[in-house]
Design a protein around this ligand. Sequence first.
Ligand SMILES: NC(=O)c1ccc[n+]([C@@H]2O[C@H](COP(=O)([O-])OP(=O)(O)OC[C@H]3O[C@@H](n4cnc5c(N)ncnc54)[C@H](OP(=O)(O)O)[C@@H]3O)[C@@H](O)[C@H]2O)c1
Length: 304
Amino acid sequence: MAGILLTGANGQVGWEIARQARLLGLPCQALERTSLDITVADAVLRAVVHFAPLVVINAAAYTNVDKAETDSETAFSVNRDGAAHLAHACARVDIPIIHISTDYVFDGTKKTPYTEDDPGSPLSIYGESKLAGEAAVREYCAKHVVLRTAWVYGLHGPNFVKTMLRLAGERDQIKVVDDQFGNPTFAGDLGRAILTLVRRLQLGTWPKQGFGTFHLAGEWTTSWCGFAQMIFEEARPRLAHVPAIEPITTADYPTLAKRPAYSALDCGRFARIHGIAMRPGRSALSEMLDTTLGLFPAKGIRKF
Ligand SMILES: NC(=O)c1ccc[n+]([C@@H]2O[C@H](COP(=O)([O-])OP(=O)(O)OC[C@H]3O[C@@H](n4cnc5c(N)ncnc54)[C@H](OP(=O)(O)O)[C@@H]3O)[C@@H](O)[C@H]2O)c1
């Protein structure tokens, strides 16, 4: 099969990659955790050898940022060791790996968007485990793309957009953190970009310097509160009820894990080398809402 071996196929990003690959007719062995647990080294190697893919895409991860604080063993087992097993297996059969990582590898103290050359300095166990996973991928597989993204929302699985839409049906007022800034990223756009890379591998049009570490996230930097405001602006005609938003601070909403105050990603390197840039945030959000809410005004309150 000269196609994709995809892990984490039931996650937000994995599901989107599998869906788009199907639409494009790209062979894709989309494996959920029940079919391939990436923490089991033997199983990973067997799968890579058996399917003999053109490329492995690792969309599997331990993504519960707060739970990771009290479950660091599992977080590291999936995010560091799982990534290492995959990279190792790819190197054994000499194929590339596309590995997804996160803006939470940064501490958020910088005042301008983070570039790939900025050193990681995570504030959380999740961030530490993801940074360790990146290092393992770089160490074991020379043909790697480590793709850091941020604040993902997609059609499949729980996310901030769906939470806001659900709360719109339940509350008159929502408090949202207004002092953490990042790049909301539509899983559909991420999926399209990743599959463009796969097509280039297939066609033999891989660019010089195409391997390495890259940032790829929505081109809009905002706070969670700003994101919520845009969600309701866009969704207003299709919602029966829109709540008021009250901006709050991180201190007003304590969580187990610390999150970076500012983790905007500079995606210039990916645009220069791979020629792919993300579209404006409003347009991506609009696509998500069109699909989730339908194209016409709602008559009643919907459940999400
Ligand atoms: N979500 C975000 O806001 C965000 C932001 C920045 C970066 N990222 C990165 O983007 C990537 C994809 O995230 P996502 O949002 O799609 O996360 P997600 O929806 O939580 O999906 C992760 C998937 O990984 C699977 N998984 C967990 N442990 C596994 C294991 N041991 N073996 C195989 N599969 C396993 C999960 O399986 P189950 O379905 O069985 O639980 C889940 O389907 C991750 O690398 C994440 O770090 C995400």
